[in-house]
Design a protein around this ligand. Sequence first.
Ligand code: TXD
Length: 311
Amino acid sequence: MNKISIVGAGMTGATAAHWLAERELADLVLVDIVEGMPQGKSLDMLQAMPIIGKDVRVTGANEYAATEGSDIIIITAGLPRKPGMSRDDLLSANAEIVGRAAEETLKHSPDAIYIVLTNPLDTMAYLTLKKAGLPRQRVLGQAGILDSARMRAFVALETGVSVENINCYVLGGHGDEMVPLTRHSNIAGIPLKEYLTADKLEAIVARTRKGGGEIVNLLKTGSAYYAPSAACAQMAEAILKNKHLIVPCAAYMQGEYGLDDMFFGVPVMLGRDGVERIVEYKFDDDEQAMFDKSAASVKETHEALKKLVTL
Ligand code: TXD
């Protein structure tokens, strides 16, 4: 059986475990600093397995030793946003937490592939890669599947067509400057622009960009977790089943799209080795301008990180 360890057993981490257990992909370990909480949640989840008929062992711990020999490490430890906060406001607190999680887990699982969720996402993935000194194949950030799913859900609400027929691609950094590619998005192969008026499409794009903030404002005490953790489970499945699935993920750029030494949301082919390939779209001028703006914003957060920690 494969093994997946999740560092941070809060809303996103525990819900990721839930989705992963449903997929019967791997034994699961939840790690958190709160005493008893990961143990309690995992025991509860373990007791759900006979009911849903999945042979998955779920354990909880406060120590990293429990993550020994993991195939995948998911990092969701850290603070979430509260109303009025941007993802970048979380930088200094989360950098310390994620840096330590990356270093400690690597000691016990030298071959693991990392999926990072903690915000500010692109920069926390960058930190993980640098702190752990890993090749780029083995570090991914989750953002693009979620941002694209938000757009898909809004298009489904507007058109009444099955979510399965709706293909949307949102690239770029995981922030308000993200890049929804309406020209590449379609419903069963028909361009979105033929289904929706320009106004409707624009409203969907705007709601997608602020999709996370809309939920933060409703919840008031935290941020979204069902959809982010479902996205994370999809990535883990693509890796463990060696699916060669192309999905938007944050990956380390080495010249692709003209970007270097930074994480950014691009279409990535996922397989057993992690990042197998980065797919390059051809952009028109407007798309390129959005892409550049988003990249500049992510670069800025990377630079802020470098002032805080030695990488
Ligand atoms: O799509 C995405 N990338 C995201 C990102 C979508 C949802 C949430 N996203 C980010 O993940 C969010 O902005 C936060 O930075 C993290 C965690 O969000 P979550 O909503 O799960 O926050 P919680 O419920 O507060 O859980 C965080 C847990 C909590 O149980 C803490 O005790 C724990 O992290 N924590 C730690 N665990 C282990 N080790 C350390 N040092 C630690 N510090 C805090």
